[in-house]
Design a protein around this ligand. Sequence first.
Ligand SMILES: [Fe+2]
Ligand SMILES: [Fe+2]
Length: 384
Amino acid sequence: MNTHTSINLRDTIDPVDDIVLALSMARGLDEIMATVRERARRLVGSDGITFVLRDGDQCYYADEDAITPLWKGQRFTAETCISGWAMANRQVVTIEDIYADDRIPHAAYRPTFVRSLAMVPVRQEDPVAAIGAYWAWRHQPSAREIATLQRIANSAAVAMTNVGLIEALVTAKEEAVRAKDAIIFAMASLAEVRDNETGNHIHRTQYYIRALAEEARDRFPELDDRTVDLLFKCAPLHDIGKIGIPDAILLKPGKLDPEEFAIMKTHAEKGRVAIEAAEKKLGPSEFLKLAKEIAWTHHERWNGAGYPRGLAGSDIPLAGRLMAIADVYDALVSKRCYKQAIPHSEAVDIIVKERGRQFDPELIDVFLSVAPKFDDINQQFTDD
Ligand SMILES: [Fe+2]
Ligand SMILES: [Fe+2]
């Protein structure tokens, strides 16, 4: 006959392991202290627990859990308190009778229940904190109690180091993001001053592409919040390649002849090269990847008649297909030195006629429903 013995896993987990696990997952100092406050007293079997932070030459009693209040929120100079002594000497302290020990500031203890204590430094080699356990009756802390306290303190030390590392990483990451944003805007404004299209072209196209992308979400699930936000940020770089176009062509007050136009067209490829160079310096980023896609493909046409590569249909990245509509709409409704501004409704007609030719047919359906927003954006960022 087969007999099955079932083991309740819960019963086999050492309760100290639980707190060690909880500490390892803590995201900040407050969580570390809360974990110790909520669990340590029961595990050690004491009447009180304190979490003391080293703050220069002071000991800050940051958190506690005790039968009656101890010193939460108070500061003592390190020489006058036992946690300071434990941290300075990198030693565990156990005191059976606090009134017989002259390291103890008796006046601070008299209003409390404390009779015996144990104090364990957190991070033994260079203490940053200490955890205290207190008993209301005269009690010699046992080896087992001290071992438990030490395990908790060691886990808290690891957790505090992790939190410090995580915070440093977050700060470094935020700085990197800020630096990237700054570089990108510097690049975009460089393109802007080199262009005869007025500065607001860059802002308007940024808002058009966002409006279009938001409206297109139902049909293109890849347009999640993050991607739409990235599109908005990347759009200013779409003509970055114009930096490499000679002034005589870029600033020519009139239509370009075929030869000049051929040179002008190289701005899409030049944009790709410029952003790829930035990628090599700054490291790969989703931002630069998308910016490159836009710069490289915003003059491709759905029917394959565009440049630089003559891509067709969905071989053209979605970002490029979106940018194409935003860019052409703005060129139509804006006044240029060689042409008048075309009214909104006419611009919409012209664009819709290119459905399935110059532009992605599905995106033109989207454009039609969001066109009034384009008009608003255009009014909002006028060039005059
Ligand atoms: Fe362009
Ligand atoms: Fe443009």
